[in-house]
Design a protein around this ligand. Structure first.
Ligand SMILES: C[S@@+](CC[C@H](N)C(=O)[O-])C[C@H]1O[C@@H](n2cnc3c(N)ncnc32)[C@H](O)[C@@H]1O
Length: 213
């Protein structure tokens, strides 16, 4: 995400945090490949190692879905913003994932993914995001709801990616009550062959909400 921001806004001073050293190591390599300078630091988003009013903008993506108390993380983000500062937060709603055509195995796979996210965080963080921002006292919240629907070449790129993500979570999904290994593996196979189906599409709803301090 920092690489995209650095390329879109050359000259902007970028800082990034993560509490996982291996995520930071990956980010360092990725930023070097992208030719973007950013200061990365190991830190907890709920206790940022920055003074009040340090930043013009805070950007977070696919993060609040993992946090037990999202408004607390947003309040901490608000603390480090200057009074005229703004936030952009991007989160998806996993309960909205769908394909065209669909199969019962694909639906079972997406249901299991949504249950898995709910078990470890939030599966509908995107839909909750505007409310969380208001709870953290952000103003002028723009809900930024964006339905994505990939077709043709895009579905050929996105379906294998979605299948890789789902497959990497398979062991955890099989621990959930009511999941069946054969059905989930059939769903993965259907997702991998989705791009070969006539008129294939894959989509979900993403929220890119913005707000000011
Ligand atoms: C799905 S990834 C986000 C990816 C990133 N936004 C990007 O675009 O590449 C979620 C990240 O949040 C980190 N994380 C979760 N809870 C955190 C916390 N309390 N403080 C800091 N990082 C946290 C995880 O280690 C993980 O790297």
């Amino acid at each position: 995400m920092l690489a995209v921001l650095g390329q879109e806004y050359p000259g902007v001073q970028l800082f990034g945090i993560d509490r996982e050293p291996k995520q930071l190591a990956f980010a360092r390599e990725h930023l070097a490949r992208a030719g973007v300078d950013a200061t990365l630091q190991e830190a907890d988003a709920l206790a940022l190692p920055f003074a009040d009013e340090s930043f013009d903008h805070v950007w977070m993506m696919w993060f609040l879905e993992h946090v037990a108390d999202p408004p607390a993380a947003l309040r901490e983000a608000r603390r480090v913003l200057v009074p005229s500062g703004a936030i952009t937060a991007v989160e998806v709603d996993y309960t909205t994932v769908r394909t065209q055509p669909s199969t019962s195995a694909l639906e079972a796979l997406f249901r299991a993914m949504a249950h898995g996210m709910a078990a470890s965080g939030w599966n509908d963080a995107g839909t909750r995001l505007p409310g969380w921002l208001r709870e953290a006292e952000f103003r002028r919240v723009d809900q930024g709801e964006r339905p994505f629907w990939w077709q043709s070449d895009e579905v050929a790129r996105e379906a294998p990616y979605a299948a890789d993500v789902a497959e990497s979570a398979l062991d955890a999904l099989l621990q959930l009550p009511g999941t069946d290994e054969g059905e989930l593996r059939a769903g993965l196979a259907d997702l991998r062959t989705l791009p070969q189906q006539p008129g294939a599409g894959l989509g979900w709803v993403v929220h890119k909400s913005t707000a000011v301090r």
